[in-house]
Design a protein around this ligand. Structure first.
Ligand SMILES: NC(=O)C1=CN([C@@H]2O[C@H](COP(=O)(O)OP(=O)(O)OC[C@H]3O[C@@H](n4cnc5c(N)ncnc54)[C@H](OP(=O)(O)O)[C@@H]3O)[C@@H](O)[C@H]2O)[C@@H](O)CC1
Ligand SMILES: Nc1ncnc2c1ncn2[C@@H]1O[C@H](COP(=O)(O)OP(=O)(O)O)[C@@H](O)[C@H]1O
Length: 291
């Protein structure tokens, strides 16, 4: 196990865009998810992706929320997706989403999705897409859905990061929560092998596992990060870094570190508890400039 610290980051620098880059070549992120119950999740994820350096942002959410999201995030293009009776993404959302994949380099799928979203129906057409260059970050209900699609995810030609919290990890691996608490390092590595993906097991401390690579451990950015929407921000940072060209393991590691250090900075300035998830993204450019 290797500590995720300043030495590791210095040895694994992020790719920098050339001076003459344009917004399309700097990285196009599509974030898909949200619901009528959690309409703001994509704002958190999308802003985080832009703050991590993505050039272009697109958000896709349930049709009734989409116009409001456009007002909240004027930097983004907004697409509506079909919803179900629970106000979550519906069965047809995955097929519709596939029609937008040509416009993005990285898809962050899942923030703001809950138990009523038909995750497997949404995720299956996305992971069946033969687009080798697509980078994918899976979060929230799409982690649970991934459990049913291990073979397809393993065979996916793209670059995949899964960001489960312990409850989602138990769903992903079909095991008891207790097993995650007893051996987080082992289960993160097992998941990485099963899905052939980078796995970020979140919690007070975070484990990053990647097939064929050493395990990383981040000791945590403080309990203020245990706040609604904090994980949505992390998924967005990782997606933004991947769209800039970072490899999945480096994007996950830098993302976890930036998220944690942003929490520490807010804790020092505002107080250890009570800062908002939406305040985290604003810390990222400064941290990237002076890690
Ligand atoms: N709901 C909201 O107010 C907001 C939601 N937002 C976004 O919506 C998405 C879904 O969020 P969500 O809250 O609906 O689902 P989620 O957190 O997975 O809880 C479901 C169940 O999982 C479990 N569980 C959770 N953490 C656990 C842990 N560490 N360790 C173990 N188990 C854990 C827990 O089960 P329990 O322990 O209660 O049995 C819980 O009942 C997500 O992207 C989120 O960021 C934000 O954008 C804005 C505010
Ligand atoms: N006690 C804690 N100390 C440090 N970091 C924490 C703590 N609790 C949660 N976190 C971090 O906060 C984030 C919470 O993500 P998640 O559980 O998905 O929340 P949400 O669903 O509300 O966005 C993760 O990055 C996790 O590592």
């Amino acid at each position: 196990m290797t500590p995720l610290d300043a030495d590791w980051l210095a040895a694994h620098p992020l790719p920098e865009p050339p001076e003459d880059t344009d917004k399309n070549s700097r990285g196009r992120v599509l974030v898909a998810g949200g619901s009528e119950i959690v309409p703001g999740a994509l704002r958190l994820t999308g802003e985080a992706a832009l703050r991590a350096g993505a050039g272009k942002l697109q958000l896709a959410t349930v049709e009734r929320v989409a116009p409001h999201l456009g007002v909240l995030v004027p930097e983004a293009a907004i697409f509506g997706l079909p919803a179900n009776d629970a106000g979550e993404l519906g069965d047809a959302a995955g097929e519709r989403l596939c029609g937008y994949l040509d416009r993005c380099d990285t898809l962050v799928l899942g923030p703001g999705t809950g138990a009523e979203a038909p995750g497997t129906a949404i995720l299956a057409p996305v992971v069946a897409e033969p687009r080798g260059a697509l980078s994918l970050v899976l979060d929230a209900a799409m982690i649970h859905a991934a459990a049913d699609l291990a073979t397809a995810i393993h065979a996916h030609q793209g670059r995949i990061v899964l960001t489960p919290h312990p409850g989602e990890m138990a769903g992903l691996m079909g095991c008891e929560d207790m097993r995650i608490a007893q051996d987080p390092a082992g289960i993160a590595q097992e998941a990485a092998r099963r899905f052939n993906a980078t796995v970020v097991l979140k919690g007070p401390e975070t484990w990053i596992a990647c097939p064929g690579e050493g395990l990383l451990r981040y000791p945590g950015g403080g309990p203020g990060l245990a706040t609604g929407g904090s994980g949505d921000v992390l998924a967005g940072i990782i997606g933004g870094l991947m769209s800039r060209g970072a490899e999945p393991r480096a994007a996950a590691a830098w993302g976890v570190w930036l998220h944690g250090e942003a929490g520490k900075r807010l804790a020092a300035r505002i107080g250890p508890l009570g800062f908002l998830a939406r305040e985290l993204p604003g810390e990222i450019p400064g941290l990237l400039a002076h890690p």
